[in-house]
Design a protein around this ligand. Structure first.
Ligand SMILES: *Cc1c(COP(=O)(O)O)cnc(C)c1O
Length: 452
């Protein structure tokens, strides 16, 4: 089945999932799906977009979807992995990534994280000069094969979502290259440390227009050229250009913008493609977002003050950003009958609400859709990254299962389990329940109520 017809594939996936009990009104009212064939063709498009004369490692930004079997699948499709915490590093290693294919970002790396990454030989993008000091101290004692780069904030301005923009003049990330004295300081650190062989930038995520991303990357390519001229050799061998390619949340067009992105870089930063540098990318959202959706049964419907409301299981627990920042992160929602078919009929403005106990737990307000009834299904589209893979534990709602779907030549779906529905035992563990039996819980009974 054609991987470009995402709407038709969703219907088939939902039909198969309800028929085979992967989505179940009683036991599994909420689940997320990833269309693996569509992901594979998207990664093919990513690889094809870059010219073949340069070596490129496409490192998936694991915060976008850190489910270990998803990371393992992306590894099998040829990707590397970008991590930004000890937990994400552990997930990348569990997914089988070779340390040479892992890139470690994070503005808050602890000494322990740095030592671990340096021992493994994982590439480090160094956020600031204090972190570089620490790394130099560690490497002086235990030599490391880790590629090292400084994260540069090119300070070229913010995109449409300020919270997602990292290249404003006072962003918390990287070394701001235009601040008084910083350019010289950066050049001096490279001159003093021959182990610094990369430069890194990441202009922002979603909402950064291509010319802005291009301008930021152009500045670090120019910096790399200058470092190498001063060194009189190819000290910087690799440029990590980050991720942040915006995703279309408005249509079912399955094509990511990789071609336009590369064309923009060819215009803004042609030296990137000179063959003098290897390239690392760190795309997250543009790899997976459009090929995942989150499905929930409609548990109840009501009319309140004249407003139609459908109560579902998909709220802030799986669509945290959309619920808390509805204007920045609107989602498309489709209405389906219990058999998975997309509903047709007159459009009625409806609130699509979640299960959480606060009034703002609404993923779409007064959205014009065919009228929803008990037992119908809603699908939140383009949620393959930063949604069900990053659950919010408010109200202790079980984390939903995540399934991968593949299609055979006859259009039949096969499901694989990428993450099981969270068990009650796991949920209780995560909230400290084991301390009730291990004896470590100090009793509060001897503490008298009242002031001391
Ligand atoms: C979040 C992040 C990315 C990925 O951003 P996307 O918008 O998901 O492509 C890449 N690099 C760094 C350093 C990040 O923080």
């Amino acid at each position: 089945m054609d991987t470009s017809n995402l709407a038709a594939r969703r219907e088939v996936i939902l039909h198969a999932a309800t028929a085979r009990g992967f989505l179940d009104a009683e036991d599994i009212p909420l689940a997320a799906f990833i269309d693996i064939d569509a992901v594979a063709s998207n990664i093919g498009a990513l690889e094809a977009a870059f010219p073949s004369n340069i070596s490129v490692l496409h490192a998936f930004a694991s915060k976008a979807n850190s489910i270990v079997p998803v990371l393992a699948g992306l590894r099998e499709l040829g990707m590397g992995c970008e991590v930004a915490s000890e937990g994400e590093l552990a997930q990348a290693l569990a997914a089988g990534f070779d340390p040479e294919k892992i890139v470690f970002d994070s503005p808050a790396k602890t000494r322990r994280e740095l030592r671990q990454a340096l021992e493994l030989g994982v590439a480090l993008n160094i956020d600031n000069f204090q972190e570089l000091d620490r790394i130099e101290q560690i490497v002086a004692q235990v030599p490391s094969s880790s590629p090292l780069g400084i994260r540069i904030n090119p300070q070229i301005g913010v995109g449409q979502i300020v919270a997602m923009s990292t290249a404003g003049s006072s962003s918390k990330f990287g070394v701001p290259m235009e601040d008084e004295g910083n350019r010289e300081a950066i050049l001096a650190r490279y001159a003093a440390n021959p182990g610094l062989n990369r430069v890194h930038t990441h202009v922002g995520s979603q909402g950064c227009p291509l010319p802005l991303i291009g301008a930021g990357i152009a500045k670090v390519v120019e910096l790399a050229d200058e470092i190498n001229v001063r060194a009189g050799r190819k000290q910087v061998t690799t440029i990590d250009i980050g991720g942040g390619l915006p995703v279309d949340f408005e249509t079912d067009n399955p094509l990511s913008n990789f071609k336009a992105y590369v064309a923009q870089l060819q215009e803004s930063a042609p030296r990137l493609f000179s063959g003098d540098y290897a390239v690392v990318t760190e795309f997250g959202r543009s790899i997976l977002a459009k090929f995942g959706f989150t499905a929930s049964y409609v548990e109840y419907t009501k009319v309140s003050g004249g407003q139609h409301i459908a109560i579902t299981h998909a709220g802030a627990n799986v669509a945290t950003r959309t619920v808390f920042m509805p204007n920045e992160w609107p989602l498309r929602v489709t209405a389906h009958s219990p058999d998975g078919k997309e509903k047709t009929g007159g459009l009625v403005g409806q609130d699509i609400a979640g299960p959480c106990c606060f009034a703002g737990d609404v993923v779409a307000r007064d959205r014009a859709m065919p009228i929803l009834e008990q037992g119908d299904i809603v699908a939140l589209l383009d949620t393959g990254t930063y949604y069900a893979s990053t659950p919010f534990t408010y109200n202790s709602i079980q984390e939903p299962p995540v399934y991968g779907a593949t299609f055979d030549d006859r259009g039949e779906v096969t499901f694989t389990v990428l993450r099981e529905q969270q068990t009650m035992a796991n949920l209780l563990d995560a909230s400290g329940s084991q301390l009730m039996t291990s004896g470590h819980r100090g009793s509060w009974a001897r503490v008298k109520p009242g002031c001391k």
